[in-house]
Design a protein around this ligand. Structure first.
Ligand code: PLP
Length: 507
């Protein structure tokens, strides 16, 4: 390669490199008969370790061949009809074209002098998303100066962190309840004392990033209060009592976190009732819609997000149910002025006496133009087009649940609310203990073989298998093939289980 840097002179090399990379992707898509290769992690580790990074190969062609053997041949194929494990979606082609544009131009969405047109496109999408949430509907009479706003982030984890940071700062900026502390209000000592008393109240199925955020935000080790649910849902009456008792104990509520789609089960909290409880107690409501966010554009299921507009902040992962490649997420605030807590000015970048910039709202400085992926997808297939993809994936999940229910060798654990199917293999004559003991071995056997990739989790203390459906094009035959793999592995392992039990190996 004459010049590895992209410039006017190297345009031909650029086009050739992208064409070669695209051909590799084609090969990967075509060549995949199973969702993952059966190569063991230790084999792959040895292969990777053997590469000598001090000796470059010299050509893109050779590097592509090498990366094929190291990566593409073994990459887990989320697009494959037998990959049904986690929240990894197939991705839209317009978004991939956008990715090429944004990464080739390498725009940094930070300041007007670095990304003017990109900042405008991003802001229009933020406004579009806050419109979908309907923050305006929550307060038709609110003062004009309150404007919703948002920022693109790297994922739900970062969106949740910034939401809880903003909630913490919002709480600390307001007067503390009288506590009899010696510290003078507003002093660093007072802030420290209040920090140790801040609580985040959520349900049993909050994402792990909530606990991570509490740690990073310097809250007390017991700051996250996990309420027992009503089924999987956060119960408004329980929440009501919990918020009162936090205050009775001399503590303060920094935020309530409700879920619009729990990561593990896809369950949606009753947001309207929760929103009313939060308003009555005057506490910040964060809705984590990392999974369920795509329902905002669903032509038939938008009502599942009823009440989301009562939130103070909302996390949406475009790289889950909007079918965009990683990374693409956003944090949306009902009152955008709260982003002031995230603003730090520097003379060389965003001077305090100058214009406001995208960087003023972000925890990142250099930030990718991920918004273009959403823009291109919307401009090609529209919001309804995205929503229909999600609707179809949910239809597949519902159909799969019915198939599981009708199968005497399988047991449906929960009816899907979003696109998650929870079930257990149940070989003839297996009791609960045996059914439970088969779950992880079945999952591990399928994974090791590479034929089907499914997930395992625990519900009400009992293990179960999980299919996370995000592929709208899955046919009944595709699903049947995965379920057949599960049944077959369970029957095979059950024989071993019984022999081991009879022989006294397992008791
Ligand atoms: C996936 C998920 C997250 C984390 O999002 P990342 O994009 O993986 O960082 C947070 N909350 C919920 C409910 C999720 O499903």
């Amino acid at each position: 390669m004459k010049d590895p840097l992209l410039s006017r002179e190297s345009g031909e090399d650029h086009a050739a490199a992208l064409a070669a990379a695209t051909a590799e992707v084609g090969r990967y898509l075509d060549g995949r008969t199973t969702p993952r290769s059966s190569a063991s992690p230790s084999h792959l580790a040895a292969q990777t370790a053997a590469v000598d990074l001090s000796t470059p190969l010299g050509t893109l062609e050779e590097a592509l061949v090498e990366v094929r053997g190291l990566y593409l041949d073994h990459a887990v194929g989320y697009h494959h009809p037998r990959y049904l494990a986690h929240l990894n979606c197939p991705v839209t082609i317009p978004a991939l074209a956008a990715e090429t544009l944004a990464t080739s131009v390498n725009t940094a969405v930070e300041t007007w002098d670095q990304g003017t047109s990109a900042c405008l496109i991003e802001q229009k999408l933020i406004d579009w998303t806050t419109g979908l949430i309907g923050f305006d509907r929550a307060e038709p009479t609110r003062p004009q100066q309150i404007r919703p706003d948002g920022v693109f982030t790297t994922g739900g984890t970062q969106s949740n962190l910034q939401a809880l940071f903003t909630a913490r700062e919002n709480r600390l900026a307001r007067p503390a309840p009288a506590t009899g502390d010696a510290a003078v209000p507003g002093t660093p000592a007072d802030r420290c004392a209040r920090m140790s008393r801040l609580r985040i109240v959520t349900g049993e199925h909050a994402h792990l990033s909530v606990v991570m955020a509490a740690r990073l935000l310097g809250l007390a080790p017991d700051a996250v209060i996990v309420l027992p649910g009503n089924g999987d849902q956060l119960d408004p009456a329980t929440l009501d009592r919990a918020l009162a008792s936090v205050v009775d104990a001399g503590n303060e509520v920094a935020a309530v976190v409700a879920l619009a789609g729990t990561t593990d089960h896809g369950v949606i909290d009753p947001m309207r009732s929760i929103g009313r409880v939060c308003r009555r107690h005057d506490v910040w409501l964060h809705v984590d819609a990392a999974y369920g966010g795509g329902l905002l554009v669903s032509p038939t299921r938008r009502d599942l997000l009823d009440g989301i507009e009562l939130a103070d902040s909302v996390t949406v992962d475009f790289h889950k149910t909007f079918f965009l490649p990683v990374a693409a997420s956003a944090l949306l605030l009902r009152d955008g002025s709260h982003f002031r807590h995230s603003t730090v000015s520097a003379d060389y970048l965003n001077p305090a006496d100058g214009d406001t910039h995208a960087v003023d709202k972000s925890l990142q400085t250099t930030r990718r133009f991920d918004a273009l992926k959403l823009w291109m997808t919307l401009r090609v297939i529209g919001a309804d087009g995205i929503g229909r993809l999600l609707d179809s994936a949910i239809d597949v999940a519902e159909r799969t649940a019915r198939t599981v229910e009708a199968d005497p060798l399988l047991e449906l654990v929960r009816r899907p609310e979003l696109s998650t199917v929870l079930f257990r293999p149940r070989p003839p004559g297996a009791d609960d203990d045996e059914a439970d003991s088969l779950v992880r071995p079945v999952r591990d056997a399928l994974f090791a073989e590479g034929r089907s990739v499914v997930a395992a989790t625990v519900i009400d203390g009992r293990p179960c298998l999980k299919l996370t459906v995000l592929d709208p094009n899955l046919s009944e035959e595709d699903v049947a093939a995965v379920l057949a793999d599960v049944r077959e592995a369970a029957l095979y392992l059950a024989v071993g289980f019984r022999q081991a039990t009879t022989a006294g190996v397992l008791t």
